[in-house]
Design a protein around this ligand. Structure first.
Ligand code: PEP
Length: 263
């Protein structure tokens, strides 16, 4: 259902006022996890000011260790909704349980399926049936084709509002948190009509890699970027090592604008 030949001009995915796949590069940015009212409101204001077109923020966090911060859950969702009201940015958050989909879908503009749940087929089906736009993140242990097959579970429910997201895979290379697979970006653009997003924050795992990986992703054909930003990364409860500070995010957005203008 996702084959390019079926829709040669490509699919546009609409999250509130934001369109992904219209030829521009959509930047969705925000904290990895919603932590406090101050943190999410300040971060949302920063990303809005510098040109992000969507606000990301995890409220249900699927952490590797059960001892790590698991997210503010429904209380965090209220904060995201408040941040949307203040900034006008559509909100995207991750779902981890099929039972949570209905309640989340009533308020969010887009739902993220995280890498760890890419092949949770009951979750995929429940999310697709909500009709909401979906960001489907590639599992770090799955192939390009397996990701497309997971996307088919969404399309099969009649929901074509699907964005495929490359966020790095496990390789033998230890220098970065994961290895960004730009081949996946190029192949998905060639083989499917779905827009493609890249998450340079989770793949590189360090602020210094975000700009080069973002520029490379755009050169490979990415339609959107998903970027971690935190007003005080040293105090972050989740993935602070990879978050951009406000001035770094401002610098990135300036660089992307210059690249788009061919400078
Ligand atoms: C995230 O984007 O918050 C996240 C947990 O990413 P991933 O599922 O790619 O690890």
């Amino acid at each position: 259902l996702g084959r390019r030949e079926l829709r040669p001009t490509g699919t546009q995915v609409c999250m509130g006022p934001t369109t992904i796949g219209d030829g521009s590069v959509a930047v969705i940015a925000g904290p990895c996890a919603v932590e406090t009212p101050e943190q999410v409101m300040a971060t949302a204001a920063v990303v809005a000011e510098h040109g992000a077109v969507g606000l990301r923020g995890g409220v249900f966090k699927p952490r590797t260790s059960p001892h790590s911060f698991q997210g503010l859950q429904w209380n965090g969702l209220e904060l995201l909704v408040e941040a949307r009201a203040r900034t006008g940015l559509p909100i995207v958050t991750e779902v981890v349980e099929p039972e949570h989909v209905k309640r989340l879908a009533e308020v969010v503009d887009g739902i993220q399926i995280g890498a760890r749940n890419m092949q949770n087929f009951a979750l995929l089906t429940a999310v697709a049936q909500s009709g909401l736009p979906v960001v489907l993140k590639r599992s770090f242990g799955c192939t390009v084709e397996e990701t497309l097959a997971a996307g088919e579970y969404l399309l099969l429910e009649g929901n074509d509002q699907v964005v495929l997201c490359e966020r790095g895979i496990r390789t033998f290379e230890p220098s970065a948190r994961f290895t960004l697979d730009l081949t996946a970006v190029a192949l998905w653009k060639q083989r499917t009509h779905l827009p493609v997003m890249v998450d340079p924050s989770h793949s590189g795992g360090q602020p210094k890699l975000v700009e080069p990986l973002s520029l490379a992703a755009i050169a490979a054909g990415a339609d959107a970027l998903l970027i971690d930003v935190h007003v005080q990364p040293e105090q972050a409860l989740c993935d602070g090592n990879q978050a951009l500070r406000p001035h770094q995010f401002a610098g990135l957005m300036g660089r992307l604008a210059r690249a788009a203008a061919g400078l």
